[in-house]
Design a protein around this ligand. Structure first.
Ligand code: BGC
Length: 817
């Protein structure tokens, strides 16, 4: 059955055949990642999984590897919606390979403050760009029969007190900035789910908020499922009578029997339950999980590994933003060129951000791997320069042996209160997690053992990072026994930023110590989760000597590539960033290296903005974001010029912390006021600059390639803007031609100084000219009228400005509406 009316009639029949108990059962998850089936009506099990940068599947560990995409900010930085669409298709293929029907992404909250912990997971500070990129992703995913879930609806733009914060935002700002990307993904993208957020907006928590009814369902016509964020449904009646449809995770929760009771005693109309169930059945039909209904589209086939790797490599390079390139330092031809690769991030790279967006890639090509492959082992010298990771690295086959099986990795046993073995397995990594696993209910002790062998002489540290009760032994000697539970309200703290306990051991190369960790899980029924890392830290002898070694390596090479970046304890879901500076020592490393070698390339491996105090001293600066598993290959492609760095920055980077327009993300008395209103990101920077305020380090839209350009006279015809774009350089290149609008004549309506209204990506051969054409949507002129509660176009004169960043715009072209 495909016809909509017939499908809806069919669903009527199914609803009628179910008892109230059967219907209510469907409204809460069956587990952490699954929905309930209902064999009586041919409803199968729907599996959901995070998320925005890859599909993890039901396991939170290395056993079921996933393609690790560049972080969403990197995708937005490419401005390339066609590729984002293809990446969405890859997400769908990955999902189907893992039996997943619903992808919990994209994250389309706004990068309101650079301190936002999940900045890397969102697209941009600009609502229009966020919506356009997010919609391409949604369409890509759903074109292959998997549901996309734009999240978190709405105003979940920072992490501090995210479960409870009450965001105060006025109606117009909400519409124009924070709801706008969701609107596009629902209306144009046709998203099959939307995830409601944990926070409140204007006094009401989002799982009970009227914004779910209107605009989402009534005005935008959203006919899909509103799924809660994990643990977001807190009140039986208030959430049931709101337009919240599905409570995750399960099987516990505040609905179930309590909701049946509330319907029976008249607190919740049964029609509300029916409406929610209908939406879940509709989703099941679309996914092919409901007998009698044809799936919306044929289901994706898994992709061969080479196809995945190639797309991810291309996507990573096209998101990289070349900020500076003095004297055309880049690209660098390989051949006999010697390269000093410096900085821990070159070897322990961050391919992705922390938290629920995390996946377990099959491999990660580090910058050092990629550069070595491109320039040849004999030409590459590495020095870490400075310690930059405070976390314990998980034990794996390179350094640890399972003492039971003798294979590389660790051994895990789950024991009950009498010492009986409930689970016994060999694992490849000491990064361990079990979520919602029924075995947790009867587990008294999780025991992990591993024989750690030092790869080189030095002072190592061994230990763990986790939350709760742990006992740790080295060669049978007790090192630690106690409860580790620092303050923090976030129940997901265990997998976001767990505290570390580590103990020094001085070892010679090849020497082995036996490690044993015992964890006593205190499982909460509503959140059966165990998560910790069993690991080690590498030796880092004498900081001055290490820095000196790096400087000498730089001085002795033709080119120095220094890779710096943030760590998991600085940038992750679950908390906001304290500051924007790089970890201690990294700025000094950059400065010393740049002073030692005039051909220094600084590679910044961070998810969001960091302060670059040495920007003017560094000849070449390249931002990679969290570029996914093919990071190193993509970086090498860009360094050697095999491909051009394609990125244009989707969020303004400040030169100084003091300059950042929205710094405070901590609620006051539970409330966070969005006082800047419409002036988010570059809009506020420009407003302040017009009043004599500071310029940013990197303006919105900026990014260099390897050729040069000239933009001709722009023209406006109706709502079509066109401009000739000439590649005046020597190699083919990509340019992102951006179109901004502003008001010129007297306006009764307050508008931002200017706002992005469209763009065109052009690829032009050397010496040739292409015409970039951008058709503006009528909406781009409109504002949300709080008097009419509707979109309105103010008559008058508007200005169009075309350029390659907000700082390099051509003369305004006026047109009258
Ligand atoms: C995150 C969501 C995620 C969910 C399931 C929550 O903590 O906010 O983005 O989809 O967990 O992992």
């Amino acid at each position: 059955m495909t016809d909509t009316t017939t499908t809806e009639q069919f669903l009527d029949g199914l609803l009628e055949s179910l008892s109230l108990e059967q219907k209510v059962r469907l409204l809460t998850g069956a587990s952490f990642w699954t929905l309930h089936d209902e064999p009586q009506i041919g409803l199968g099990t729907i599996v959901v999984s995070d998320g925005p940068a890859g599909i993890r599947g039901q396991l939170w560990d290395e056993r079921d590897a996933s393609a690790n995409l560049p972080s969403p900010t990197a995708l937005a930085a490419s401005w390339d919606v066609d590729r984002v669409h293809r990446l969405g298709q890859l997400i769908a293929a990955e999902a189907r390979r893992k039996g997943v029907g619903v992808a919990l992404g994209p994250t389309v909250n706004i990068q309101r403050s650079p301190r936002g912990g999940r900045h890397f997971e969102a697209y941009s500070e600009d609502p229009w760009l966020s919506g356009v990129v997010g919609t391409a992703f949604v369409k890509g995913v759903q074109s292959c029969g998997v549901a996309a879930t734009p999240k978190h609806y709405v105003a979940n733009d920072s992490e501090t007190d995210r479960m409870t914060v009450d965001v105060h935002v006025d109606e117009r700002t909400l519409r124009e900035v924070y709801l706008a990307p969701f609107e596009r993904m629902v209306v144009e993208g046709g998203a099959w789910l939307v995830m409601s957020s944990y926070n409140s907006v204007n006094g009401v928590t989002m799982t009970e908020n009227d914004l779910l009814r209107s605009p989402l369902k009534e005005e935008w016509g959203f006919d899909g499922v509103v799924v809660s964020d994990w643990g977001g449904v807190r009140d039986t009646v208030a959430a049931a009578t709101s337009a919240q449809d599905l409570a995750m995770p399960g099987p516990q929760g505040v609905w179930g029997a309590a909701l049946v009771e509330a319907v029976r005693n008249g607190q919740v109309p049964e029609a509300d339950v029916d409406e929610k169930v209908r939406r879940i059945l509709r989703l099941a039909g679309r996914l092919g999980d409901l007998d009698g209904v044809e799936p919306a589209t044929p289901v994706a086939e898994p992709w061969p590994q080479e196809r995945i790797d190639a797309l991810l490599r291309e996507a990573a390079a096209d998101g990289m933003v070349l900020v500076r390139n003095e004297g055309g330092l880049l690209p660098v031809a390989p051949g006999s060129t010697t390269v000093a690769v410096l900085g821990q991030h070159a070897r322990i790279a961050r391919s992705q951000g922390g938290g629920s967006a995390t996946v377990f890639p099959q491999h990660v090509v580090t910058p050092l791997d990629g550069i070595t492959e491109a320039f040849g082992e004999q030409n590459v010298r590495f020095a870490p320069g400075v310690r930059s990771s405070e976390s314990v690295l998980p034990l794996d086959g390179r350094v640890s042996t399972d003492p039971v099986t003798g294979e590389g990795g660790v051994h895990v046993r789950f024991l009950d209160a009498d010492g009986g073995i409930l689970l016994d397995e060999h694992r490849l990594s000491g990064r361990l997690a079990w979520l919602g696993d029924p075995v947790l209910g009867s587990t008294a002790v999780v025991e992990v053992t591993g024989d750690f062998t030092a790869p080189a002489d030095g002072e190592y540290a061994v230990g763990f990072a986790g939350l709760g009760l742990f006992r740790f032994e080295v060669d049978g000697e007790l090192k630690s026994d106690g409860l580790f539970f620092p303050e923090g309200t976030d129940p997901f703290m265990a997998f976001l930023n767990p505290p570390k306990q580590s103990f020094p051991v001085t070892l010679r190369a090849g020497q082995t110590v036996s490690l044993r960790l015992e964890h006593r899980p205190q499982v909460q029924p509503e959140l059966a989760a165990v998560m910790f890392t069993f690991g080690y830290e590498e030796p880092f002898a004498d900081p001055d000597a290490e820095l000196q070694r790096a400087v000498e390596a730089a001085a002795g090479a033709d080119v120095a590539v220094v890779v710096v970046g943030t760590t998991e304890t600085l940038e992750s879901e679950g908390f906001d960033r304290v500051g924007l500076r790089l970890p201690d020592g990294q700025d000094a490393l950059v400065r010393r290296v740049a002073a030692a070698n005039p051909r220094t390339v600084v590679v910044v491996n961070s998810g969001g903005p960091v302060i670059l105090p040495w920007l003017e001293e560094a000849p070449a600066v390249l931002l990679t974001w969290f570029p996914g598993q093919e990071m190193g290959g993509a970086l090498a492609d860009v360094l050697t010029g095999a491909v051009e760095p394609g990125g244009r920055i989707p969020t303004t980077w400040a030169a100084d912390e003091e300059d950042v327009p929205v710094w405070q993300v901590e609620p006051v008395d539970g409330a966070l006021h969005y006082e800047e209103k419409l002036n988010v990101g570059y809009r506020e920077w420009l407003r302040r600059q017009a009043l004599g305020g500071p310029a940013p380090a990197i303006p919105f839209g900026h990014g260099l390639g390897y050729t040069s350009w000239s933009l001709g006279e722009a023209a406006v015809d109706g709502l079509v803007v066109s401009v000739p774009v000439t590649n005046t350089g020597e190699r083919a290149g990509k340019q992102v031609v951006q179109v901004y609008l502003s008001r010129v004549s007297e306006s009764a309506i307050e508008r931002p100084v200017l706002w992005l209204a469209g763009y065109a990506v052009v690829r032009v051969q050397p010496g040739e000219t292409a015409v970039a054409t951008v058709e503006l949507e009528p909406r781009s002129l409109q504002y949300w009228s709080v008097d009419d509660h509707a979109w309105r176009t103010e008559p008058g004169t508007y200005a169009v400005r075309v350029g390659t960043s907000v700082a390099t715009l051509g003369n305004p072209l006026e047109f009258t509406v």
